[in-house]
Write a protein that binds this ligand. Structure first.
Ligand code: HDE
Length: 750
């Protein structure tokens, strides 16, 4: 039989190998001549930069050109060298006292290589350790010119940017699709100095005062005894803290909503969170909040998808971002601002603008677009760019100033401080990714990892020896001006304004703004997370918080936990919903979406080939899934039934009904009553069932229609059976515009 023959082949091949080693005239055998394949000795040019990668920064920290050739990169010349540039003829063997002798201490190449390796790691970020980044450009519309003099917001100005996206809680190697807040940090290399907009994908924060940051992070990080769970909020210490420190309830509600599990970094909003103070040319001020609006809309995973992806492809978001950029589907966001009058109270419509646990609904203050961000280049080197990039909310250009938000004030200290340890000293702004694109003349000198060779003798002011250089700028020369805001006359206190005491009204506002299906997801998320807690008292205390936000929400979660729903202890707030907070009800472009197409050796190859082209033409990515790898006709197979899983695809199309393969692992029992299930490969049925459960559009034609019957999904909403691939894809595209087939989700609450 077939398998028996395969075993025989393997045994024979192994026997031949054994003989090879023992026969001296075989190359590589003991006593034989050295292998004839030698290391290439003809020099080749160093690796060229990847497609569309520009050259690295060739400016010194003072902004001057280094004189380095435009092609300068980390590897120069064709030969392997020591770090001092001496050419090497061997990096595979250490220097030994004879072939069988001990290794010699004098082997400076060995010691240099191993020592450098030993020190390759730097401390990961204490928060936001897991992330990824991309380069791009920001182009201003000019619409903000009346409120800020920031040069990069002047009409038509183009500014280089680097963006880093991240999760907050997990370690550097943790999974991308965990339930968490996402960081959205943008470095604008403006001509007037670098501006860092260090924001999140959630517009509010857990705490109102920076002094609580270590507390909330200690609570969210893994338990100190066993160091579990990794990158999760579903554990006792997190819910212990947020149920006691109730100002966290609004942010927590966002985390429990679909915002906590984005579909892609490309489909996330971003928020500056704090209120900033803008200053225009005339010196007039306004208060403002920053928003990033994704061109593709705000979309999320379902919880089951997110969990499955964590195992199947922990790098899902990282891969998605790079694949999209490298395929030319450049992600775009509009930067927008909500602008408020700068009044002494610093409130708008009764909302305290200094309280970072509050939003201002867009219905009250529209988000006005001021420019467009396009990410168009992936990093050349992850460590040099994504790991070493250092953001700081205090990196501000003229025209943008801070407010007294006590969270922002604390951040202004933290970000420089953390880089001293993480990047090893005070010269981190000289690392290429952190170098400003504006000239720098800061009179800072020396320190660890100093890269510059500063000239002159007088790094102090005033001086006469360096001719008085450098000079301070006047207002006309684009100086940064600290707005002379009046400071309170109440004296020093460790206290918050009274308005900061309202912890529930905006959590309720968010809840009331959700559609039924979004509410259902929130209920399930709370039920899951609290269900993972061991301490009864913590669950009860969080239920009390939910009772103070909304009795229906509380009752549903309490039922799921098998606990009684408590009565509210505060009056339920009278909150008006903000429809802009819901992710449903609009239509969005499908750029960069993944279309899984099930085929087998019996499909009409020309038909499927044409479909692939149509998918590409729609700006989406087709992936062919077949029983085996390699080719089907002239079609390249990208996934097999063994390597592909439903969660990789935004939509599943069926051109075939592949029969069960002898090696297929039965993924499920044949569904009772479903016809044809035994004739279709169970992995294809599983693919369709999962796609259906995750409310994805499904389409089939020809033989593929059989699969719909087998999976028991034929005729249900969002399942299209048609005569031709073209018709089915057109119908499915319409469904995709709404992101999901929402009616498939049960909704028990109105
Ligand atoms: Fe951060 N935060 N943060 N944070 N944060 C850091 O800086 C901190 C806060 C945010 O991709 C750290 O370089 C304090 C709010 C992002 O490199 C650290 C407080 C918001 C990133 C730090 C906050 C953020 C960080 C860790 C309370 C949204 C990733 C490594 C006052 C507006 C940046 C680092 C990147 C990173 C401190 C609160 C966003 C320790 C003390 C609010 C996106 O300095």
């Amino acid at each position: 039989s077939k398998p028996a023959k395969a075993v025989k082949d393997v045994v024979e091949a192994a026997a031949e190998k054994v003989v090879d080693v023992l026969t001296p005239d075989v190359p590589g055998a003991p006593g034989s001549a050295p292998p004839s394949v030698e290391e290439p000795t003809t020099p080749h040019d160093p690796l060229p930069p990847k497609k569309e990668q520009g050259t690295p920064e060739t400016r010194t920290p003072t902004g001057a050109e280094t004189g380095a050739p435009a092609t300068a990169n980390g590897q120069q010349g064709a030969y392997l060298t020591t770090s001092q540039g001496a050419r090497l003829r061997d990096t595979d063997h250490s220097l030994k006292a004879g072939p069988r002798g001990p290794v010699l201490l004098q082997d400076h190449h060995l010691r240099e290589k191993i020592t450098h390796f030993d020190h390759e790691r730097i401390p990961e970020r204490v928060v936001h350790a897991r992330g990824t980044g991309a380069h791009g450009v920001f182009e201003a519309y000019g619409t903000a010119e009346t409120v800020t003099k920031a040069g990069f917001l002047r009409k038509g100005t183009k500014t280089d940017v680097f963006v880093r996206f991240s999760t907050v809680l997990g370690s550097r190697g943790s999974a991308d699709t965990v339930r968490d807040t996402r960081g959205f940090a943008t470095k604008f290399y403006t001509d007037e100095g670098t501006f860092d907009l260090v924001g999140n994908n959630i517009p509010v924060f857990f705490i109102q005062d920076a002094i609580k940051f270590p507390d909330v992070i200690h609570a969210g990080k893994p338990h100190p005894d066993r160091e579990i769970p990794q990158a999760q909020s579903a554990h006792d210490t997190f819910w212990d803290f947020v149920s006691l420190h109730t100002e966290a309830q609004h942010h927590t509600m966002w985390n429990m909503s679909d915002r906590g599990i984005p579909r892609s970094y490309r489909t996330m909003e971003g928020f500056g969170v704090h209120t900033f103070r803008l200053v225009n040319e005339a010196g007039e001020t306004a208060l403002a909040k920053f928003h990033w609006k994704p061109k593709l809309g705000v979309h999320s995973l379902t919880w089951e998808e997110a969990q499955m992806i964590s195992g199947m492809d922990p790098d899902f978001h990282r891969r998605d971002l790079y694949d999209a950029i490298e395929a030319g589907a450049f992600p775009e966001w509009e930067l927008g601002i909500q602008v408020f009058p700068d009044t002494p109270e610093e409130t708008f419509e009764g909302i305290d603008l200094l309280d970072p646990t509050k939003i201002v609904p867009e219905e009250l203050a529209p988000v006005q677009p001021v420019g467009k961000l396009t990410l168009n280049r992936t990093p050349t080197n992850f460590f040099a760019e994504v790991e070493q990039v250092a953001f700081h909310p205090g990196h501000l250009p003229p025209g943008i100033d801070v407010t007294n938000d006590p969270l922002l004030q604390g951040r202004l200290f933290s970000y420089v401080d953390t880089q001293l340890t993480r990047l090893g000293g005070p010269n981190f702004s000289q690392i290429p990714i952190n170098r400003p694109h504006a000239p720098v003349n800061d009179m800072f000198r020396d320190g660890f990892h100093q890269q510059a060779v500063h000239a002159g003798v007088a790094p102090y002011k005033p001086n006469s020896l360096d001719g008085g250089n450098p000079f301070v700028a006047g207002d006309d020369e684009h100086a940064f001006v600290d707005v002379p805001v009046t400071v309170t006359e109440s004296g020093k206190v460790r206290a918050n304004p009274v308005s900061f005491d309202d912890h529930f009204s905006q959590a309720r506002l968010f809840w009331l703004s959700m559609s039924p299906v979004e509410k259902e997801h929130i209920i399930r998320a709370y039920t899951f997370e609290l269900g993972k807690c061991y301490h009864q008292a913590i669950k009860e205390r969080q239920l009390q918080c939910l009772a103070n936000i909304d009795p229906v929400l509380c009752a549903e979660v309490a039922t799921g936990l098998g606990l009684p729903a408590p009565e509210p202890t505060v009056p339920i707030a009278d909150a008006a919903p903000s429809p802009a907070l819901s992710q449903l009800g609009r239509e969005w472009p499908g750029d960069g979406r993944t279309v899984g197409i099930v085929i087998d050796d019996d499909v009409d190859v020309a038909d499927v080939g044409a479909l692939r082209q149509a998918v590409f033409a729609a700006g989406m990515v087709p992936l062919l899934i077949a029983p085996h790898g390699g080719m089907v006709g002239d079609l390249p197979v990208q996934r097999t039934f063994a390597t592909g899983r439903s969660v990789e695809f935004d939509v599943v199309l069926l051109a075939a009904a592949p029969a069960p393969a002898p090696d297929a692992v039965p993924a499920r029992d044949a569904k009772a009553g479903a016809s044809d299930s035994a004739t279709v490969d169970p992995r294809v049925l599983l693919l369709v069932e999962e796609a259906w459960r995750h409310a994805k559009a499904i389409g089939a034609w020809g033989a593929g229609v059989t699969v719909l019957d087998g999976a028991g999904v034929a005729g249900t909403p969002g399942v299209v059976a048609g005569d031709s691939a073209t018709d089915v894809f057109a119908a499915v595209q319409q469904l995709m515009a709404a992101h999901r087939v929402w009616e498939r989700f049960p909704a028990t609450v109105a």
